[in-house]
Design a protein. Structure first.
Lengths: 749, 215
């Protein structure tokens, strides 16, 4: 048999096994038919019975193509998950070889790399205009799953791999070349070793929010945190057979089915979750979380689909050009150039756009990117504010802008000169008064019955001043009424005695009087005991958490949570005062579905940051507890990670002080983005901080983790947080922190 | 001369340790579904982070607290008559028979046959540099000790004092302390065995490792 026939036969066998794997038992009639035809032809070719083997082979190949096209229409979301995870799917190295004209790996070679799962390369493409050739450089960053799969860890990047990516993003910024990121990850590797999974992702997102070079991201397998670590881009393209999701369908099934101790979810439940999480490219395009879909050949692209790589090349170059063009100042020229580029007939290789940006264009680029993310996912939260309130708020915002800018930008800047002048005038007046009144004073001193204050102070007993100890709490947890004792969890090791409930939850503020263990308290306790009494002004309380994906049975659960927590969402935003220092507080409440963050919570957080920036108040994120992103909201939830981080970055860059205080358990998405990016993070004692809980770590890495793995003290040693506070000292500590650290635009400075 | 066989036979005659589980404090006791003859597990997991099987619940001031098995073993006695009663602290509740493991048997025999040199006070202990060098290069068996020899450095609050060995001459068989770890007064530091007995002890360990069946 001819060598080339052998080769093509091998290719067909691979395609057949691919189809079998992807559909996992479905459409068996088609696969059986294909297999029969293939073996029949192979038998004939082997025995030499076939007269025109090439023609017969072409027929079989046509049949394969036909069946693939037909089956492509029946793909379910879970089939797509199997496609992106299939070993035959193309990888980042295939892209580097087929999309770019030349490249050099710079992030390490093969297994000799800080993290072989993260691949970084400098690539070039050549474009021509007329006879002139232009070389353009790009920094390519992405996860690699294949080509040495045994050490790539399935594209699950360790924290130091993400740190490497960040390092080279900064290199690209210095060199002024665009960045192309390719997302091929099932999720980040959840270990807390330095720099810490959550902390590093937070740093990446924060930096990408202000990177002054064009960034284009292409999503094939976008698994939550790992994807966001390199995913905050000006243009996000998505492959038609990829998925972009908050959690793997298996993970969602484990949570939905409330599975414990490594039980396996049933395939039906996984399929059900995949279908309802809306993870496909079309869904994400509809929501606006990706800008364009790149069409793949039927049943997904594999390394031999060279046409696909050609169209991918056109698309990423076009996207980069569009980003660059959209930063131009002249609207007419910008519109013309964009229209030319968006025309699908245009040959992008024949156009040349310079990718370097001027200083002003860089500022516009960053601004556009930030605006883009701030606008996302508004529709997914239910804004129940009445129309009049909304209009009035917008109007007031508009009206108050000049006043605020006069008050803070002009008056406060010149306040010192004004007050110095006033003081001098007052001094003069006082002196005149003193001289004028001196005869009268002399007369009064000689009057009988006048006691000397000094003598009285030295001869009488001092009185006991009101001390902090005797101060009663403004609010007592309702649990103080329980008539029972409680055992401190540390009693085994420290020998703590039992604590009587009414003591513990009232006077002791939930702190073990022997070892200092902090029992969890309600969010209300903090609201009333940390801030000045009566100073709380809540805003945006009408923004409600909903069920934007219509996830089955979830509407009831969210309604139940609203009733139980007596709140409309898991995030409460309010203005408050501590000793008359005003601040804006966003509180994530662990009592509302574990403090998970969805579209409504993100919306309120973004609004709170904007309010703090406008009023020049410090912004405190008090995390009573958060379990991560609300998975039932799918990508509506995961988009809050870049979105809130952008809001926070804008606030910090406007000169504000953003401070985070963790309590109880804080995990996953929020910690890996808008909380973890704060330069000033503190924790309350006995709190746990991490990226993934023990169950998830066991499931994804197979490692057992030691019992105190997520303790805040470990986060402190690692440098994630800056200090650990006693609960009873939160108020003085916050006050001290406000007076001593942070931003230049604080009103009380 | 040591009689290892006799020692082993003694242990074989009662191959368990009886653990009496007592009430940690006063309270009302409710026993779990246990009966004499049941096997229970002690704390498990890589870090012993999972508590042992629940034997009873002790309730005081409406605060129920589990009483768990401290070791693997077989229940030999349950004071069922106390079920539902208010008990004082220290009242025996359950008697557990913990079958000795190979390592435990070996440790018991070694403690009986070796001469143990005890820590005189709570401190950190180190070997003198010469001894330390020898132990690191080969093993503890190569170090011969005599009465009055300067063998340890005792370190308290960074003040270091030499410590002299007292006892029979021989070789160091076991080292019971770790680098940079505080030891209480009276804890054994090393076990010494006379050179002549070394082969007897080797035999004993081989016998324990081969003959002792763990249940």
């Amino acid at each position: 048999m001819d060598n080339s026939i052998e080769k093509r036969l091998h290719n067909l066998r691979e395609r057949l096994s691919y189809i079998t794997d992807v559909f996992a038992g479905k459409h068996s009639d088609s696969t059986v038919m294909l297999e029969e035809r293939l073996t029949f032809f192979a038998g004939r070719a082997m025995s030499g019975a076939s007269e025109n083997a090439y023609a017969e082979l072409a027929t079989v190949e046509d049949l394969f193509a036909h069946v693939e096209r037909r089956l492509d229409k029946t793909l379910s979301p879970m089939d797509k998950v199997r496609i992106v995870r299939h070993p035959q799917r193309f990888c980042l190295r295939d892209i580097l070889e087929n999309v770019y004209d030349n490249f050099t790996e710079v992030g390490g070679q093969d297994e000799h790399s800080l993290d072989p799962g993260m691949l970084i390369a400098r690539a070039v493409i050549t474009r021509s205009r007329g006879k002139k050739k232009y070389m353009q450089s790009i920094m390519v960053i992405g996860q690699e799953k294949g080509h040495g799969a045994e050490y790539r860890n399935g594209g699950s990047v360790k924290p130091w791999g993400n740190a490497k990516a960040l390092q080279y993003m900064n290199v690209a910024e210095t060199e002024g070349i665009p960045i192309h990121t390719y997302i091929f990850t099932p999720g980040s590797y959840p270990v807390e070793d330095y720099p810490g999974a959550a902390q590093q992702i937070a740093k990446n997102i924060y930096n990408m929010a202000g990177l002054s070079v064009p960034i284009v991201a292409v999503v094939s397998e976008g698994g939550s945190g790992g994807a966001e670590a390199i995913g905050l881009a000006d243009k996000r393209l998505m492959l038609s057979h990829g998925y972009y999701s908050v959690i793997s369908p298996e993970g969602a099934a484990a949570i939905e089915g409330r599975l414990k101790n490594g039980e396996r979810a049933s395939p039906e439940l996984i399929e059900h979750c995949a279908a309802h999480l809306k993870i496909q490219a079309e869904d994400n395009l509809r929501f606006g979380y990706v800008d364009k879909i790149i069409q793949e050949p039927p049943l997904g692209a594999r390394p031999w689909h060279f046409d696909f790589f050609r169209s991918l090349r056109q698309d990423v170059i076009r996207a980069t050009d569009e980003v660059v063009i959209s930063t131009r100042k002249m609207p007419v020229l910008r519109g013309l150039a964009l229209a030319r580029h968006r025309n699908p007939e245009t040959d992008i290789d024949g156009l040349y756009i310079r990718w370097g940006l001027s200083g002003a264009a860089k500022a516009r680029l960053v601004h556009r990117r930030q605006q883009k993310f701030l606008r996302l996912s508004r529709q997914a939260a239910r804004d129940r504010r009445p129309f009049l309130t909304k209009t009035a708020t917008t109007f007031l915002d508009w009206i108050s802008k000049p006043w605020v800018s006069f008050k803070y930008d002009f008056y406060h800047k010149h306040q010192r000169q004004i007050s110095t002048l006033m003081e001098e005038i007052n001094n003069e007046i006082d002196m005149i008064k003193y001289r004028l009144l001196s005869p009268w004073r002399k007369l009064r001193c000689r009057l009988p019955g006048r006691q000397d204050d000094k003598a009285q102070e030295l001869t009488t007993l001092s009185t006991w001043e009101e001390s902090g100890r005797s101060r009663k709490w403004n609010y007592l947890s309702p649990r103080y009424k329980i008539d029972r004792t409680l055992t401190c969890p540390n009693s085994e090791s420290y020998g703590c005695l039992d604590l009587w409930g009414p003591d513990l939850f009232a006077e002791f503020a939930g702190v073990c009087s022997h070892c200092g263990y902090h029992f969890p308290m309600e969010p209300e306790w903090y609201v009333h005991n940390v801030f000045d009494a009566g100073s709380i002004i809540e805003f945006n309380s009408e923004i409600e958490a909903g069920n934007p994906l219509d996830f089955p049975d979830f509407s009831d659960k969210i309604t139940a949570a609203k009733e139980k927590a007596r709140a409309k969402s898991g995030c409460m935003t309010f203005e408050a005062r501590i000793d008359n220092i005003k601040m804006v507080v966003a509180m994530l409440m662990g009592t509302f579905r574990g403090g998970s963050v969805g579209a409504a919570e993100g919306y309120k957080f973004v609004e709170a940051a904007a309010r703090a920036a406008k009023k020049r108040y410090p912004f405190l994120a008090y995390v009573h507890g958060t379990a991560g992103i609300r998975i039932q909201e799918g990508t509506h939830g995961v988009i809050q990670m870049p979105r809130c981080t952008v809001a926070v970055r804008r606030y910090i860059e406007a000169g504000g002080l953003y401070m985070v205080l963790y309590d109880t358990n804080s995990f996953a998405g929020p910690v890996a983005s808008f909380l973890g990016c704060s330069p000033y993070q503190f924790a309350v004692r006995s709190s746990n901080i991490g990226f993934a809980g023990p169950g998830v770590i066991k499931e994804t890495t197979g490692m057992d983790i030691p019992p105190k793995y997520h303790r805040s003290y470990r986060a402190l040693s690692r440098g994630h947080i800056q200090g650990i506070w006693d609960r009873r000292q939160i108020r003085p500590n916050i006050k001290q922190a406000l007076l001593t650290i942070g931003g230049r635009n604080l009103y009380y400075r | 001369m040591l009689n290892i066989s006799q020692l082993l036979d003694e242990i074989k005659a009662s191959p368990y340790r009886e653990i009496v589980v007592v009430a940690p404090h006063t309270g009302k006791i409710t026993f779990a579904e246990i009966a004499p003859g049941d096997r229970v597990h002690g704390p498990q997991g890589q870090w012993k982070e999972l508590p042992g099987d629940r034997l009873a619940t002790l309730e005081r001031e409406r605060n129920p607290k589990p009483v768990c098995a401290p070791e693997n073993g077989e229940i030999s006695l349950v004071h069922k008559e106390l079920n539902g009663c208010f008990v004082e602290a220290g009242t025996p509740l359950v008697v557990l028979r913990h079958m000795l493991t190979r390592d435990e048997v070996q440790r018991t025999i070694l403690q009986k046959t070796l001469h143990l040199f005890l820590a005189p006070e709570r401190a950190k202990y180190y070997f003198t540099p010469e001894a330390d060098k020898k132990i690191r290069s080969s093993d503890a068996h190569s170090v011969t000790v005599r009465d009055g020899m300067e063998l340890f450095i005792m370190s308290r609050m960074k003040r270091e004092v030499p410590l002299h060995y007292t006892g029979p001459d021989g070789v160091i068989y076991e080292v019971y302390f770790k680098y940079n770890e505080n030891l209480d007064a009276g804890a054994p530091l090393i076990g010494v065995c006379p050179q002549a007995h070394l082969h007897v002890i080797h035999d004993m360990i081989i016998r324990v490792q081969t003959e002792w069946t763990e249940t």
